[in-house]
Every structure is written in C-alpha cells, then in structure tokens.
Ligand binder design. Structure first.
Ligand code: ZN
Length: 186
C-alpha cells in the first residue's frame, strides 16, 4: 500500500482505454488502497487507475469528506449542464472551465464485487464524469469547447512539467500546489 507516481499528460497510458476488472481479489483491493492514498497525498478529489499507470476500470474520490471507489462503472447523465472550473492531477496546477452534466448516476461494483449505484450532482457529478472519461482514455481538454481548449493547450505547453511525461520510463515527481487547484484536481 503505497503512494504512487501520478502520470502526466503526454503519457500514452492516459489516452488508452482501460480494461474491465474481472478478478475482485486482493490485488484489486490493494489498487483501491494505492489510488486512495495517492489521491490524498496529492491532494486531489479523484483519481483513476490509468493515472498511476494501471490500465483497469477503477477510480476513487474524496468529496465532501466522503471517500468512495467504483469498479467497471457506467454513467447516466442529466441533460441539465453545469459550468465551472475543473482540474486534473495529470495536468498539475492548472484548471479550466469545463462543461459537464449537472447530475450523474454511476452504476458499477465495489472492490468486493457487490453492485453499487452512486448518484451525485455538482462536484461529485463532475468527478464521476471526469474519472469515467479517464477509463476511456478521454481527458478534460477533450470536453472543452475549441476556444477554451486553445487557451488550455497554450497554458499546458507553457507549464514547467510539459514534456516530462514518461520519458524512458521516468515518471517525474511534480509538486502540486493545493492553492491553485484547492485540492480539487481529478
Ligand atoms: Zn484527471
């Protein structure tokens, strides 16, 4: 049970769809534990397995003092949308306006293989969508309108971590400012 390195934008694992979990075993419970500890150390509000280099459909969150995790999720979304800033732990110290559905219902399994349903609005809904996207190799920049994405890509290219991702297997340690993201990076 350890804090893992968080993969940065540019790492191929972040744009690769993750595989469904088939074994609800001790290894899966260790993964949920590693994800939770890594998210809390960052600190962040959510983290998906591909962000620590594990291509499985698992994510965790820590929102309103509630820890959660979900395995093999599917999402139902409201038509009503929300606006607001969103951060991602794989894009340290940046956040951008990202449109999301206001409400999300996620169906999946807990780490013991029991079916669970998680319903959320606002930040929890945003998190469920952001993390499920990670499992599909989709990033928050893909959810922005073209104008916002242009602004985001400029800031990303100018950031001090840009280009450091996964060079020769090296995963850099990036100090995340809890100030910039208010600990709400996903
Ligand atoms: Zn993210």
């Amino acid at each position: 049970m350890t804090v893992q390195s968080i993969r940065l934008f540019g790492d191929p694992v972040l744009v690769t769809p993750a595989n469904p979990v088939t074994d609800f075993d001790k290894e899966l419970r260790n993964l949920v534990s590693d994800l939770t500890q890594t998210m809390q150390a960052a600190p962040g509000a959510g983290l998906a397995a591909p962000q620590i280099g594990v291509p499985l459909r698992v994510f965790v969150w820590d929102i309103d003092d509630e820890l959660g995790h979900l395995v093999n999720p599917t999402l139902d979304l409201s038509e009503e949308m929300q606006e607001g800033e969103e951060g991602c732990l794989s894009f340290p110290n940046l956040s951008f306006d990202t449109p999301r559905a206001f409400r999300a219902v996620a169906k999946g399994f807990n780490m013991y293989g029991d079916p669970v349903v998680v319903e959320g609005t606002e930040l929890l809904a945003r998190c469920l969508q952001h993390e499920t996207d990670h499992l599909n190799g989709v990033l928050f920049i893909d959810r922005m309108n073209s104008e916002q994405r242009k602004i985001a890509m400029k800031e990303i290219r100018e950031s001090d971590w840009f280009g450091l991702a996964n060079q020769n297997g090296f995963v850099p340690k990036i100090k995340i400012s809890p100030h910039n993201t208010h600990g709400q990076g996903l």
